[in-house]
Every structure is written in C-alpha cells, then in structure tokens.
Design a protein around this ligand. Sequence first.
Ligand SMILES: Cc1cc2nc3c(=O)[nH]c(=O)nc-3n(C[C@H](O)[C@H](O)[C@H](O)COP(=O)(O)OP(=O)(O)OC[C@H]3O[C@@H](n4cnc5c(N)ncnc54)[C@H](O)[C@@H]3O)c2cc1C
Ligand SMILES: C=Cc1c2[nH]c(c1C)Cc1[nH]c(c(CCC(=O)O)c1C)Cc1[nH]c(c(C)c1CCC(=O)O)Cc1[nH]c(c(C)c1C=C)C2
Length: 482
Amino acid sequence: MDYKRPMRTVAVLGGGIGGLAASYYLCKSSQVTKVIVLESSSRFGGWLQSTRRSDGAVFEHGPRGFRPAGAMGRNTLNMVDDLGLGGEILPVTYNHLASKNRYLYVNKQLHRMPSGISGLLQTVPPFSRPLLLSVAMEIFVKKGKEDDESIHSFVSRRLGKELADVAVDSLCRGVFAGDSRKLSVRSCFPPLYNAEQHRGSLTLGMLLGSGPTPVIPPGPLAQKAIKELWAQWSLKRGVESFPESITEYLQRSGRVQLQREAAVKQISPSASGWKIHLEDGVILADHVISALPAKALSSVLPSSCQLLIEHLQDIFTATVAVVNLEYEGSILPVEGFGHLLPSSEDLGLLGVIYDSVAFPQHNRPNGQTTRLTVMMGGAWFQEVFGSPESVTEQCLLAKATEAVHCHLGVTTAPIWSWVALQKNCIPQYYHGHFRRVESMRSFIRKNNLSLSLIGSSYDGVSVNDVIFIGRKAVEELLGTEV
Ligand SMILES: Cc1cc2nc3c(=O)[nH]c(=O)nc-3n(C[C@H](O)[C@H](O)[C@H](O)COP(=O)(O)OP(=O)(O)OC[C@H]3O[C@@H](n4cnc5c(N)ncnc54)[C@H](O)[C@@H]3O)c2cc1C
Ligand SMILES: C=Cc1c2[nH]c(c1C)Cc1[nH]c(c(CCC(=O)O)c1C)Cc1[nH]c(c(C)c1CCC(=O)O)Cc1[nH]c(c(C)c1C=C)C2
C-alpha cells in the first residue's frame, strides 16, 4: 500500500461495530477529509441488537456482555469513556454469582464448572479426576509439530480427551457456536497456541505469559474497571446503545457521511483508488476499509481479485437461533451466568444464558420476572433444524422452552418470547485459517490495493477484537497512532 497517497476520502463498507469503530478512529485523524459509511440495512450496529420494551425491560438478540480485561478490553472501555457512555455502564464484578458460577449440562444434570483452588484440587463431576492433575501433567507434554491444529486435537493432546470432549467442546459452542474438531486453535485461541510455542506448555504460559501483548494504557473508566474488579459489563439501555452512541459521535464530527440502505453492489479499481457501485449511483474513494462479512465482500470484488474472492468464499459462518424468554417470578434452580451443553449431550442446543442473574436491571421494573436466552444451532444448524430458510419460529420456540423445562425444571410457560434467527452470524476459523488470512493480506500488498480487511471474519470474533482490529487498520493506513 502506498501510504504517501493523501487520504482524502475513505469508504467504510458495513456499519456493524467493526465499521463504526474504524470510522470513529478515522475521525480522530486530520489526515482524512471525508469518511463514508455504507450500510445495507436500515440500522447501524450489525449483531448488536437490543429490544427495549415500553415497560422498561431490555432483551439482547446478539452479544450481551463484554470483558473489560486485557488490552482489547481496555481499548473498548477507553472508547466507551470518550463517547460519554461511562454513566450507562452496568458492571458485573468477579465476586458476583454470574462470574463465579458457570454450568455444564452433562448426562441430563447441571454441573457447576470447577473454579478456584478447591475446584482444581477436587474431583468435580462431570470430570473423573482433579483438574490439577491434568494441568500438572501438561507441563511434561511435548510441543506439537504442526503449524496449526484443531482445538479438540490440541486440548486432547495436552490436557486429555475428557477435558477436550466435555469442557472445550462446550466452550467452543459458547464462543464460536462451533465445532472444536474443526476450529483452529491458532486462530480461535491464540494465547493457547502461543503458550505452547513460546513456553512449551499452557500451564507455564499462564504463569509466565505467552508472548507480547499490545500496550493500551487504561483511561479513567478502564482504571475504575480494574479497581472495582469488573468481570463483564453491559449498558443500561442494552448493548445497542454502543453503536447508537458511535453513530451520534460520527454525525457530530461533520466529516462522516452515514448512509443506511446503501448496499454495496460492486467495487472496482479506479485511477485514484476505488469506484463503489451502489443501487443508485457510484462513489469514489481513495481507500476502502471493508468491515463486511467475508462472503459479502467476495461478491462485490472485481474479477481481478480472484484469489481474494476464493479465500473469502471459503470462510464459513454459523447460524444461531437466539430465543429470548421471560418468565413470571423467580424460576431458576441455580444462580449463575448460564449453562452450556457439549455436542455429545445435544447437537442443536448450545446453551442457556440466565440474563436476569447478570443484569437484573434489564428486568421489567414492576414485579419479579426471570429473563433467559436459549442459543441453538450453530455449526449443527442445518443437521438439526434443516434449512434456515424453512425453519419456523414455532419450532425454535418449542425446542427452547422444552430445554428450559428439561434442564432447569421450569414447568410454567413463558409470558413473553422473541425468536431471532441470526443467519451466518459467527465466522468459523477452521484449521489453516491463519494461512488464508496471510495469503489474502499478501495479495493486497503485492497488488498495491488500497483495501483493508476488518470485522469478525479474520482476526477475532469478540466485540473487543473487532474494535481493536478496526483501530489497527486505521493506524496502519495512516502510518500513525490514533
Ligand atoms: C448471538 C451472538 C452472540 C454474541 N455474543 C458475543 C458476546 O457475548 N461477546 C462478544 O464480544 N461478542 C459476541 N458476539 C460476536 C460479535 O457480536 C460479532 O462478532 C461482532 O458484532 C461482529 O461485528 P462486525 O462489524 O464485524 O460484523 P457485523 O455485525 O456482521 O456487521 C457487518 C455489517 O455489514 C452490513 N453489510 C453486509 N453486506 C453489505 C453490503 N453489501 N453493503 C453494505 N453493508 C453490508 C451488514 O448489514 C452489517 O451491518 C456474538 C454474536 C452473536 C451473533
Ligand atoms: C451458547 C452459545 C453462545 C453464547 N455466547 C456466544 C455463543 C455462540 C457468543 C460469545 N460469547 C462470548 C463471546 C466473546 C468471546 C470473548 O473473547 O470475549 C462470544 C462471541 C463470551 C463467552 N461466553 C462464554 C465464555 C466462556 C465466553 C468467553 C469469555 C468469558 O470467559 O467471559 C460462555 C457462555 N456463552 C454462552 C453461554 C450459555 C455460556 C456459558 C455458560 C452463550
């Protein structure tokens, strides 16, 4: 990329949190005269979707809580602070039940996941030996020889098959809605891969660090999070206030043109950068930052980018059915964040989040209610429910309420429900994903394309990752920190 080219106009494709974050960082630089954000739908924010009911209850249909820890967590909180959203935060501290208690539903029973020293020392069902034993033995396991491996194979090799089959299989469903036997350890959990590479062991990596991490100084809000021991946070009016607040900030800046219902149809190279074809016109830009899902980008690139197109098309995504349920009264037999199911227990049922425990502030203000979210499908959607195009809301709602009945013993019917079928919402970083991403970025460099790839398709799916990746792309483009 030729950084000396003046960056008069930057077009950001896609107005999810990735595209909005990149636009926010572009706005911080005087090198950019104009930013155009092109979003195909009628709203900004992508998967950050909250329903605010008129009685005050809030329901999330995508992410619901963010981690403040680490460089990426601090980076997000610094942005939230700058946007003036600090007063809207709902923190959950480490000593809260929603942080201490996470459950697995195995052999038709809820099991609290082991935590703390006693959890490591004792044999805690569904596991057949103390975790400390697996952790201690792990130090002596030889380093793998492959440059990538499935998460399941990596954990089986280092910590044993039981932990891989139950704990890590469930974890992959609770973060990627994906199959640990196909997902790449190197791309999905870089700290685990790096720990083995740099320290020869996960245990030593945890104790000594597993490699360099970006330096992000904590601002006042991030300092507060450290001091008050926040484990996760949400926002009073739901997580959708975050993209709403970025959008307002961008509008106030006077340099950003925000276009809704502006689907990008095609992009083609022009003398000074790119021509962007929309339904009703063409936009010229010196640089394009794509925050589109990989497949959407593949369908708008010119045929001269064939290698890029092929790689993008091969990045698969999982579809998740998100069913929000509201029950009268306090109906939970246990208190905690929620529970996950390994694929051996139920292929299609990924897990249940006990939203009312972490964020009771989102309950209806009058009278006691319990809010739960059931997540289903993921990598197994088609196998269990058939085509997402033909599955009915009734079928998904019935499966969700049945799960709440079987797993939690709730016999009453929900008083309110919402079914959101989130099609192709979580990218699946399969074995070898890192090579694909390297090859795409190398193609862009070699062909001197003024194109940056950001968003959840490449380097991390969490909201913190996506925001940080947006920032890095802007810094690389401008050749300076923002
Ligand atoms: C159910 C669920 C639960 C999750 N839970 C968490 C969580 O607890 N914590 C966490 O950190 N993360 C969570 N995530 C992940 C996180 O929400 C996403 O990875 C992140 O929001 C992705 O942001 P993005 O901007 O990359 O993509 P998107 O949100 O997909 O944004 C891409 C945008 O591009 C637009 N677009 C598509 N095609 C075109 C086109 N041709 N022209 C113009 N615009 C186009 C789309 O409409 C969309 O708005 C969850 C995700 C889901 C689905
Ligand atoms: C059951 C399905 C899902 C649940 N959440 C998600 C899915 C697909 C999506 C998701 N959850 C998290 C992230 C971000 C990861 C990050 O790096 O911050 C995403 C994309 C957070 C998360 N949720 C669980 C874990 C262990 C994590 C990782 C970070 C952390 O430790 O907080 C567990 C979990 N997720 C779900 C349930 C029911 C559950 C556990 C009880 C729902």
